[in-house]
Design a protein around this ligand. Sequence first.
Ligand SMILES: Nc1ncnc2c1ncn2[C@@H]1O[C@H](COP(=O)(O)OP(=O)(O)OP(=O)(O)O)[C@@H](O)[C@H]1O
Length: 636
Amino acid sequence: MSTTKSSKQVRIRNFIGRIFSPSDKDKDKDDEMKPSSSAMDISQPYNTVHRMHVGYDGQKFSGLPQPWMDILLRDISLADQKKNPNAVVTALKYYAASMKEHQDEKFMTTNSVYNNSDDDDVDVQLTGQVTEHLRKLRCSSGNGSTLSPTPSSASAPALASLAGQELSVVPSPAPATSPEESGGTDLPPPLHPRQRLEPPPLPPTQPPQRNKTSPVLNGAPMPGAPPRIPPKVPPKPAHLKVASGTTTSSGLSSPCSQTSSSLAQRHQDNNNGSFNSIGHSLSNGSVASNTSSDADVHLSSNKENASNEKPLPAERTHKNVETTTEETVRVRAQVREKMTDAQVLEELRLIVNPGSPLGKYEMRKQIGVGASGAVHIAMRYGTGEVVAVKRMAFKSQQKKEMLLTEIKVMKSFRHPNIVNYIESYLVDTDDLWVVMDYLEGGNLTDVVVKTELDEGQISAVLCECLKALHFLHSHSIVHRDIKSDNVLLGMNGEVKLTDMGFCAQIQPGSKRDTVVGTPYWMSPEILNKKKYNYKVDIWSLGIMALEMIDGEPPYLHETPLKAIYLIAQNGKPEIKRRNELSKDFVDFLDRCLVVDPDERADTAELLSHPFIQRAKPLSSLVPYIKAVKDLKEKSK
Ligand SMILES: Nc1ncnc2c1ncn2[C@@H]1O[C@H](COP(=O)(O)OP(=O)(O)OP(=O)(O)O)[C@@H](O)[C@H]1O
């Protein structure tokens, strides 16, 4: 398999994610980092309701618009539907949401996330007859709450709370219109980004194709799978060979064996002076008073956490979660107004550097294109410093507020394991530059797709990511899009998180319910639209660990609808090579991939996990990074 093909396949994987791309309307309006405008109350079209009457007779769903039925039958067999109708409903909700988002979009976007705000959320509810049937199923099988370890709580299966209601696509909060008013069951055919490019109406039958590398078992490719290409240099290691121990002699040895408090101190030192900055930034002018002051208070309380190495906020206040969550929901309902473009622009102007970058940097080659713009290598005149510059046409952005969030978080939360923000500029009100450190090694996806890291190397990568997450979580920031694509590598083995656009603040003890992330990495609680907290990042990290073992996340070969069904159905994914992994590694995965987030490990626990203590020096990643880079160069 050529590198060209590999690269192409990686791109295709991102492409698939686009079906869950947010529209401007649906993006992260619950983000507490933004101001609100009461003037938006009347004008925002939040009250649209599309209602359908749908039934489930114990054999199949009925009443869905035909295109939905076609998709459902194509992707999820009748047997599977029968096995777990709850999971089908979860998948349908997301299909409905993605359809709605793309109805709102004129053009296909290129981001690889699904981000659905509750403001104009799409919900799927079943009729009484369905829920009655499902209750019976649950009673008889005892299997109806796969994803709900505490069925009596707010996290009970979606259907349980929807008894007696019609199947609805309900942007909330909204007084429901009648089926007649909303057009009854005559929803337009599902819209899908790829459909728009390529009619006919159904979404593609092909699942996302990452580089179809084959996992290697005992040195031999799995039957029927194309070979996974190891780097030519260095010689491929024995797959997932257990690290013999932590080497610390290298200049880039992994500090994962450091005590948590030294980590916290380092984070604190590194972040010196930034807390006030984000506090002011977050509360800048127009933020609703409750959310902005929360941001300030929370940040200061977490300084204490970081330095004293106390349990993370949500854990400490776990017993109060339900109460606080209720309050949070009410608050969010009051501050859901979307920022106008003018407001975003105004706030952006306050954040970016004055003046122009033109004449300061010499633009070199383009290294990648994301949803919002292109990333270039650039050289700073005078110093010769090589940087990465992300240039975005601001006015045409679908996700203006997310750009704001990304810049704010990068600027204010500096950490050795987060891509370093240098400066930003807004040229002629439309040409937004974000200048950051250039990570020459590219992203982790390329490495995991094309090479096979051993356990010590995997541990090293996870350790670095955990340090970044520990830092973010300690400051009440949840990343929400952890995946190998968002991990960048330096040529010396540095590992850094990037893509902070979906970050959000979560108050201690509170939870969120905005659906954000990339489906294959998304935790069951997000997919099930339950309240969630920073533990979603831990689940995604576990999925990323599976990527490093298998070259891809679970279900990547499935269509997105089926993948969501499977996550909802199965909860914890199968660890395919459990028997080949060390006991420590399996335990680490088991601690990340716990369906119940309250039982899932946090960063503090994982940083001191025996598997992470065995991290190899980061320098051990270098030959792999180089080999992948060479392959990419050769394929050009
Ligand atoms: N600081 C950097 N150093 C090196 N490469 C980078 C850097 N930032 C981004 N890249 C690479 O540039 C490409 C585009 O990055 P970008 O962040 O724009 O992509 P994206 O995450 O897909 O899009 P978006 O963030 O706009 O949704 C990716 O391949 C990424 O790995």
